[in-house]
Design a protein around this ligand. Structure first.
Ligand SMILES: [Zn+2]
Length: 265
């Protein structure tokens, strides 16, 4: 396995501008990156650069861990009781809202180029990824019910929140949350690790994405639903790598929105 320096730069043959060695073209003159030393430029034309990628991951993952705790302390200081679906919803939606603003501000200068392929058929390919995830979950779900699985903790927490405020949960759990996660794990973690090694990036992001959805490692149910998260994590990463951030966002938003709608039934 070959590992490369994620911060590598290259000098443009035409205009001599130094730029991100993993970008597919020179940002100044547009000359195609002709790197042929085994490190392929990204299929995704525009990338954030290694520092913003790391920042997206740190904000989206590490800050997310503590933000919930801080917001819940603030709410309690204002007299809210830390129990029930209303409190959990208020904390979760505030965290997602704050995170969304932070992440968007990190990627802000690159939004026009990141989403330049958004209105193309590449984005629609996210629909196939969504269909594959639904198919996997249907088959896997019916298998594990036969061996005695019940609703996992992640799912039952989601159910409580959804029935408390269906529209807000569709907005935050179905749309804002997945966009935050795509910025954190695909634009951030995956893109950064892919600079080092593509196989490593796929394995690490898929496992990590599964692990963040495991809340109680003593619960058999949670372990049984792990393959669903691992499959979805891999599928979103594949979609991003092949067709860009539009495809992985569409697939993730549809997957989560479907879960919200199903738990309303
Ligand atoms: Zn140039």
């Amino acid at each position: 396995m070959k590992f490369s320096n994620p911060f590598a730069k290259k000098c443009c043959e035409i205009c001599k501008t130094e730029y991100d060695a993993y970008a597919s073209s020179c940002p100044e003159c547009g000359k195609k990156n002709s790197r042929k030393d085994g490190v392929l430029p990204f299929a995704e034309d525009k990338i954030l650069g290694p520092y913003r990628e790391l920042l997206c991951f740190i904000v989206g993952w590490a800050l997310f861990q503590y933000l919930g705790f801080v917001v819940s302390l603030i709410f309690q200081a204002f007299g809210m009781k830390p129990i029930g679906a209303s409190f959990i919803s208020a904390v979760n939606y505030t965290v997602y809202g704050v995170l969304f603003v932070f992440l968007l501000s990190i990627i802000a200068p690159k939004i026009p180029s990141l989403f330049s392929r958004f209105l193309t058929k590449d984005t629609l390919r996210g629909l196939f990824v969504f269909a594959a995830i639904v198919a996997f979950d249907t088959i896997w779900g019916s298998l594990i019910i036969r061996i005695g699985a019940t609703t996992n903790k992640n799912q039952s927490a989601v159910n409580d929140i959804v029935s408390y405020s269906p529209l807000l949960s569709l907005l935050f759990v179905g749309i804002v949350g997945p966009i935050c996660e795509e910025i954190t794990y695909r634009l951030g973690l995956f893109t950064f690790l892919k600079r080092i090694n593509k196989v490593l990036a796929f394995i690490a992001v898929t496992i990590f994405f599964g692990a963040i959805h495991l809340h109680d490692i003593t619960s058999l149910n949670e372990w049984l639903s792990l393959p669903s998260y691992i499959f979805a994590g891999f599928a979103f990463t594949y979609a991003y790598d092949k067709w860009g951030i539009g495809a992985s966002i569409i697939a993730h938003v549809l997957t989560n929105s479907l879960a919200v709608l199903v738990s309303l039934l």
